[in-house]
Design a protein around this ligand. Structure first.
Ligand code: MOS
Length: 735
C-alpha cells in the first residue's frame, strides 16, 4: 500500500482497541522470566559451546604477533578464531570499524579473537592465556584538540552538513541583544540492561543467529556481507530485546564471532559481550562541542540564529546531527547551521536515543534560557514568541501538526510555573537552593517502509507476523491492538510473532519510527485481509463493517471465522510512505518542566519534580507510550547529571567501562514524574495518524534540569554532565 496524505477516515478511528491503555500482551512472559532472550534460548540448540571475546589492548596500530598455543591447550578449548584464521571477511554496511580486527587495529577493545570452549569459564580462562604483541600507532583521541582539523562531512542521513537562510552574520552583528556561547556534551554509552548476545548455529551452509537486534533486515544483510554468503542463507531471530537505545541497530561482534566460532568448532556457539567490553567494543553517542549564536530585537523576536556542532568519529564514520532541531524549532529570518567532523580513533560513534536532537537540544535549550534572561523575558513566553508554524528554512512547508505552544502553556499551568522566581539563587528551603527550569522538546518524525503478514484461522484467531522488533517499547501490544481494531476482534484473539527474518521485512525499531511505521504495515496487511474476507463471504468490502468477530453490511452478517475455511486466509502487504515530508514538515513537540534542589554547601543536585507534555499524533497505547516518555525523562536526568564516558586521551579509550563507573540514574535519583499527552491526530503521518514519541521524551530534558539548576543557584554550567565540582566554588555564600 502506498500511503497518500492526508489519511482519510479508516477503521482505526473507531478507537475500540487502539488508543486504550492496555497492559502489554508480553507482560506475563516478561514478569515470569519466560520470555526467551538471546542468550537464554536453551531450547534453540542442543549442546552449545561458549565463545569468549578478546578485545584489543591498544586503540590504534597493529598486531605484530599472537601466541595462541597455551590457550589452545587449555581445558575444554574447541577453537580460537582470529582475523588470521577466519578466512576472508567483508564489512557490513552499518559498521564503521571491522567487527573482527587484526592485524590493523581501529579502536580499543575491537574484537581480535574469540575463544570457544565447552563452558563459559573455560573459554574465559583460556582467553587470558593468549599473548598479543602490538605495534602501537599514533591516534587522535581528544575532540577539543582535533576540532581545528574537522572537515565538512557528507551525512548519509539527516540532511546536509550546512544550511543557510538570509544574512546570518549581518543580522547577528546588528542585533541589539546577542548570545554567543559554547556548550559541550560528553560521549555517552547506551548501557542497556541486556548485553549484546547471540547464539549461532550452522546447518550446512545455512546460518541461524538468535540475537538481540533492533533492525533484523539490516542485520541479515550485514551478517551475509561480512561472511561473504548469500542473504538467503542467513536467518536472524530476535523476538525479545532487553533494551537497545540504538546500540543494537547493527549486528555487533557477538553475532559475527558466534557465527565464526560455530563454524570453527562445528558446534552451535553462544557469545555474550561482557559488560566491561561493551563500552569500547560497541558504539556510543559521540561527544559534541556546540557554538550557538542568537540575536534578537529588544521585543524578544529572534532575528538571527546560528548553530555549529563539532563531533568526531573513526574514518568513514558520520557526524552527530546536533544542529537538526535548530533548523526547525524557532522562527528567525536569518539563520545558519553547520556540522563539522573530526577523525577520532576512539570507539565507533553512532546513534543513541534521539541521535542529533538529544545532544542538540541539551545545548540549544540552555541557550534559549540564557537569551530569555538577557531579554528580561520569561523563558516560556520567549519560546512562544518565537514559535513558527512553517519550516523556517522553507516557509512554503507548514508543519503537519505543531502544538509546541500548547505543550508549553499546559505544562506551565500544571507545573505551577508562575510561582518561579525569575531571579536565580533566591529560593531557599533550609540547606537547599530550589529552582525551576523549562525546555522545549523536539524530535523529527521519521517513517520507514514496513511489511506484515496476517492470517485468519477457522477459530477466528488472527496471527500477525513481521520482522518488527520490541526493544521494551510495546511493539507486540500496539501491533496486536492494530490487528484487533482492523479485524474487529478482541485483543486476546490476536497472536503477534516478531523479530524473525523469515517474516516480512518491517521498519524495525529505531529513530522513534517503529510504532507508527510498523503498525501502518500491519494496517496495510489487514486492509488486504479484510478484502479477502469480504470477497469470501460475499460482501462489498467498501461497505463491510468488521466488529465483534462478525462482518456486517446492510442487514446481513456472518462470523469472521467463516471466511477462514479449513486452510485459513492469509494476506501480506507493505506500507510505503513515499516522500510524505515534501509538502509538510513532520515533527513531534513537547515541553519539559523540572524542579531541582541544590545543596547550598555541597552542591549536591536533587531533581524533585518533573513534568513533560508531549504532542506526537495519535497515541496508540497511552500506557506503553507513557512508559516510554517516563523512561526518556529518566535518561534525560542521566544526561544532565551523570552520564559521561571518561576519555583516556593518552591511550584512547573510555575508562569507566562498566556500570560501576558509568553512572545512570537509579530509582532513588528520580522523583515523582508526571506526563501528559496532548490530544492530537496527525493525518499526514500515516494511516494510524500516530507519530513517534519514545525519543521526543528525552529531547530537552537535560536542558530543563540545567536551567532549573541555574534558577536555583545562579550558576550556569554549559558542560555536561552538571556534576557538583562544576558548581562548588561558584555557589552563593551560605549565610
Ligand atoms: Mo534509535 S538511537 O535510532 O535506536
Amino acid at each position: 500500500m502506498k500511503f497518500d496524505t492526508p489519511a482519510g477516515a479508516n477503521p482505526i478511528d473507531r478507537l475500540t482497541v487502539i488508543g486504550r491503555p492496555t497492559d502489554r500482551i508480553d507482560g506475563p512472559l516478561k514478569t515470569s522470566g519466560t520470555a526467551p532472550y538471546a542468550y537464554e534460548r536453551h531450547d534453540a540448540v542442543p549442546n552449545p559451546a561458549y565463545g569468549y571475546v578478546v578485545g584489543s589492548a591498544i586503540a590504534k596500530g597493529r598486531i605484530t604477533g599472537m601466541e595462541l598455543g597455551d590457550a589452545k591447550a587449555a581445558p575444554g578449548v574447541l577453537a580460537i578464531v582470529t582475523a588470521e584464521n577466519a578466512g576472508k571477511l567483508g564489512k557490513g554496511d552499518y559498521n564503521t570499524a571491522k567487527l573482527l580486527g587484526g592485524p590493523e587495529i581501529e579502536h580499543y577493545h575491537q574484537a581480535i579473537a574469540v575463544v570457544v570452549a565447552e563452558t563459559f569459564e573455560q573459554a574465559r580462562a583460556a582467553a587470558q592465556l593468549i599473548r598479543v604483541d602490538y605495534a602501537k600507532g599514533e591516534g587522535a583521541f581528544d575532540l577539543a584538540a582535533a576540532k581545528g582539523s574537522a572537515t565538512k562531512p557528507e551525512p548519509k542521513i539527516g540532511g546536509p552538513a550546512d544550511t543557510a537562510v538570509g544574512d546570518f552574520e549581518g543580522a547577528f552583528a546588528a542585533a541589539p541583544v546577542r548570545l554567543d556561547e559554547t556548550y559541550t556534551t560528553p560521549d555517552q554509552g547506551h548501557a542497556m540492561m541486556e548485553p549484546h548476545a547471540s547464539i549461532a548455529a550452522w546447518d550446512g551452509d545455512r546460518l541461524t543467529v538468535w540475537t538481540s537486534n533492533q533492525m533484523i533486515d539490516w542485520g541479515v544483510g550485514d551478517v551475509a556481507k561480512t561472511l561473504g554468503i548469500p542473504k538467503e542463507k542467513v536467518r536472524l531471530i530476535s523476538p525479545f530485546i532487553g533494551g537497545g537505545f540504538g546500540g543494537k541497530l547493527f549486528v555487533r561482534a557477538d553475532a559475527l564471532l558466534a557465527a565464526l566460532g560455530a563454524r570453527a568448532a562445528g558446534r552451535p556457539v553462544k557469545v555474550a559481550l561482557t559488560r566491561p567490553l561493551m563500552f569500547n567494543n560497541t558504539t556510543h553517542r559521540p561527544a559534541t562541542i556546540q557554538r550557538i549564536r542568537i540575536g534578537a530585537n529588544r521585543d524578544g523576536k529572534i532575528t538571527a540564529i546560528g548553530h555549529e556542532s563539532w563531533s568526531g568519529d573513526l574514518p568513514g564514520g558520520g557526524p552527530e546531527l546536533a544542529v537538526n532541531q535548530t533548523r526547525l524549532l524557532y522562527a528567525g529570518a536569518n539563520r545558519m547551521t553547520a556540522m563539522r567532523l573530526a577523525v577520532l580513533d576512539l570507539p565507533e560513534g553512532n546513534s543513541m536515543r534521539a541521535p542529533g536532537e538529544a545532544p542538540g537540544m541539551m545545548a540549544l535549550e540552555i541557550a534559549i534560557d540564557e537569551m530569555a534572561e538577557k531579554l528580561g523575558l520569561d523563558p516560556v513566553e520567549f519560546r512562544i514568541l518565537n514559535d513558527t508554524q512553517v519550516d523556517p528554512e522553507k516557509p512554503e512547508r507548514p508543519f503537519s501538526q505543531r502544538h509546541l505552544v500548547e505543550c508549553l502553556r499546559t505544562g506551565a499551568e500544571r507545573f505551577g510555573w508562575s510561582k518561579r522566581n525569575p531571579k536565580p539563587g533566591q529560593t531557599r528551603e533550609g540547606r537547599w537552593l530550589v529552582g525551576l527550569g523549562v525546555a522545549a522538546a523536539f524530535r523529527n518524525n521519521l517513517l520507514v517502509k514496513s511489511g506484515a503478514r496476517v492470517r485468519l484461522d477457522a477459530r477466528g484467531d488472527v496471527t500477525v507476523e513481521t520482522d518488527m522488533t520490541d526493544i521494551g517499547t510495546g511493539s507486540y501490544t500496539i501491533i496486536a491492538q492494530t490487528a484487533a481494531e482492523m479485524m474487529g476482534v478482541p485483543l486476546d484473539k490476536v497472536v503477534v510473532r516478531l523479530g524473525d527474518s523469515s517474516f516480512p521485512v518491517s521498519a524495525g525499531s529505531g529513530g522513534q519510527f517503529g510504532a507508527a511505521s510498523s503498525t501502518s504495515g500491519v494496517y496495510a496487511a489487514c486492509v488486504k485481509l479484510r478484502e479477502a474476507v469480504a470477497q469470501k463471504l460475499g460482501f462489498n468490502s467498501a461497505e463491510a463493517v468488521f466488529a465483534d468477530g462478525q462482518v456486517r453490511a446492510g442487514n446481513r452478517s456472518a462470523p469472521l471465522a467463516q471466511a477462514a475455511g479449513e486452510g485459513g486466509l492469509v494476506a501480506e502487504d507493505t506500507i510505503e510512505f513515499g516522500d510524505v515530508t515534501e509538502t509538510h514538515q513532520q515533527s513531534t513537540f513537547g515541553a519539559h518542566f523540572v524542579e531541582t534542589a541544590v545543596d547550598a554547601a555541597t552542591g549536591e543536585i536533587r531533581v524533585r519534580r518533573m513534568l513533560s507534555v508531549c504532542a506526537a499524533g495519535r497515541i496508540l497505547n497511552p500506557k506503553a507510550a507513557r512508559s516510554q516518555v517516563i523512561g526518556a525523562m529518566t535518561m534525560g536526568v542521566g544526561a544532565a547529571l551523570m552520564e559521561e564516558l571518561a576519555v583516556d586521551k593518552r591511550h584512547g579509550f573510555f575508562v569507566n567501562h562498566d556500570l560501576a563507573g558509568y553512572e545512570v540514574p537509579v530509582h532513588a535519583d528520580i522523583p515523582h514524574q508526571d506526563m501528559i499527552f496532548l490530544d492530537e491526530v496527525d493525518p499526514y503521518s500515516s494511516p494510524m495518524k500516530a507519530k513517534g514519541v519514545a525519543e521526543l521524551g528525552i529531547c530537552g530534558v537535560a536542558a530543563a534540569v540545567a536551567n532549573a539548576v541555574y534558577n536555583a543557584t545562579g550558576v550556569r554550567v554549559r558542560d555536561y554532565p552538571i556534576t557538583l565540582d562544576k558548581l562548588l566554588d561558584r555557589l552563593p555564600e551560605v549565610a
